[in-house]
Design a protein around this ligand. Structure first.
Ligand code: FAD
Length: 415
């Protein structure tokens, strides 16, 4: 009997996990994505700050152990009646984006994720930095090195140096907080000896539109985080309305224009171009593709499309809101793979796991465990980072980098 063909759109946490867990003896698996690797997003902040090599923060889609077809392309449109995806080669391999082709499917798995939402803030799309994948993280590391060298040149006033060495982070969720933590470690522990003339002039500000940071954590832990940050040159500005971002400044309604060497945007998601084009039911938030509790995408009249699944940041279950996290994406991916591999259908149930955030200086917080703040939380965060990586080889290499960093400093600061 001919194998059923399953097409997966996207190679983030959701698409990649399904592709690796589907039974390749039972299905012809085709993966379409402009990215031929899947980023370990929780490790991007560490990689950007030189804790380990960038190759350890991503996993290639093609594996010797898995039979699948991969196309480095973008799906531009889907015809659900004809069961066809209209694709266009990725720009990196076909600069003009001209090579187009169609791929047919028996079943379709939609996992194209979200894109950053800068809420039309003037200058943000052009000048802010992002950390959604390894390419972004590399740009961040490059900019950190640039501002340090710029600030070290002769003839700069102290204020010019301080402005260059000020990093603005928009968004006080776990991503923004973790990047602030890693950068404060880099600035305080690693660069102050390498750049003695800049010591004490480096600073970080986290801006959040809400009146708190770390929204998913209880109040005592948020206060702990703010207290911990204040000792590490990290300011937290809440109720901040960002009015403009330029290449060397950030302007807020309350503070006016503040000089910055880099603005990192970690706040907000919006739907990607593909989801925008799809004729399916969508949630009001973001918006995301609406699914039933078996993760079938719903047509505009809310009828489940039995051959189309949707998951990850791009989708949400009708009336069962779940956050846009890797935890949710992976659990849904495992559920879809198990459902299709075994032909057993029971509704998806999400299991909430512990939330951990790192504050820098071996301090952190664990939601639901206030007595775990400090080094215990830091240890929990480090072990969670290891758990995200899928191969033993990568786990071993990351631990080796940690050990080397502990013994002799991070590679980025040993130039
Ligand atoms: C820096 C950072 C740290 C994070 N830390 C954590 C954490 O500690 N814990 C946690 O649970 N979550 C974390 N998250 C959130 C988590 O990474 C996301 O929820 C997760 O990546 C969502 O997975 P996804 O597969 O749905 O989407 P994505 O990872 O965004 O992947 C989408 C994929 O679809 C592809 N794609 C897009 N459009 C098309 C198209 N038209 N055709 C084909 N392919 C397309 C993209 O190229 C990409 O490969 C973090 C996120 C970031 C950015």
């Amino acid at each position: 009997m001919a194998k059923e063909s399953i097409v997966i759109i996207g190679t983030g946490w959701a698409g990649y996990t399904v592709s690796q867990q589907l039974n390749d003896k039972k299905f012809n698996i085709t993966v379409i994505s402009p990215e031929d690797t899947s980023a370990y997003t929780p490790l991007l902040a560490s990689a950007a700050c030189g804790l380990f090599d960038f190759t350890l923060a991503e996993e290639p889609v093609r594996h010797k152990s898995k039979i699948l077809t991969y196309y480095k392309a973008r799906v531009e449109a889907i015809d659900f009646n004809a069961k066809t995806c209209k694709c266009c080669a990725a720009r990196e391999i076909d600069g003009g984006d001209t090579r187009q082709f169609d791929i047919s499917y028996d079943r379709l798995i939609l996992a194209p994720g979200c894109v950053s939402n800068t809420f039309r803030t003037p200058g943000a799309d052009e000048h802010a930095f992002f950390v959604r994948n390894v390419a972004d993280a590399k740009k961040v590391q490059h900019r950190i090195k640039q501002v340090l060298e710029l600030a070290s040149l002769p003839g700069l006033t102290e204020q010019e140096q301080r402005d260059l060495l000020h990093i603005g982070i928009v968004g006080g969720g776990p991503t923004g907080v973790e990047i602030a933590a890693e950068m404060s470690d880099l600035f305080i522990d690693d660069f102050s000896t390498l750049y003695p003339s800049l010591k004490g002039k480096m600073s970080i500000t986290i801006y959040d539109a809400a009146d708190f940071i770390l929204g998913a954590f209880e109040d005592s832990l948020r206060q702990h985080a703010i207290g911990s940050f204040s000792k590490r040159h990290v300011d937290v500005v809440t109720c901040a309305r960002i009015k403009e971002v330029t290449k060397d400044s950030i302007t807020t309604e309350a503070q006016g224009r503040v000089g910055c060497g880099m603005v990192l945007w970690t706040a907000g998601n919006k739907q990607c171009a593909l989801v925008d084009t799809l004729d399916v039911a969508k949630t009001e938030e973001v918006p995301r593709i609406m699914t039933d509790e078996y993760l079938h995408a719903l047509s505009p009249d809310k009828t489940p499309m039995q051959d189309v699944f949707a998951l990850g940041d791009a989708a949400d279950i009708e009336e069962h809101f779940l956050p846009t996290t890797a935890e949710v994406a992976v659990q849904k991916a495992e559920y879809i793979a198990a459902t299709l591999n075994t032909d057993t259908y029971k509704a998806f149930e999400y299991r909430q796991k512990g939330l951990v955030a790192y504050m820098g200086g071996h301090d952190g917080v664990v939601q639901g465990k206030p007595d775990w703040s400090g080094q215990r939380a830091w240890a929990a965060w480090r072990s969670k980072n290891l758990l995200w990586t899928r191969s033993w080889r990568r786990k071993f290499m990351i631990m080796t980098y940690w050990a080397l960093g502990w013994l002799g400093g991070k590679e980025i600061a040993r130039i």
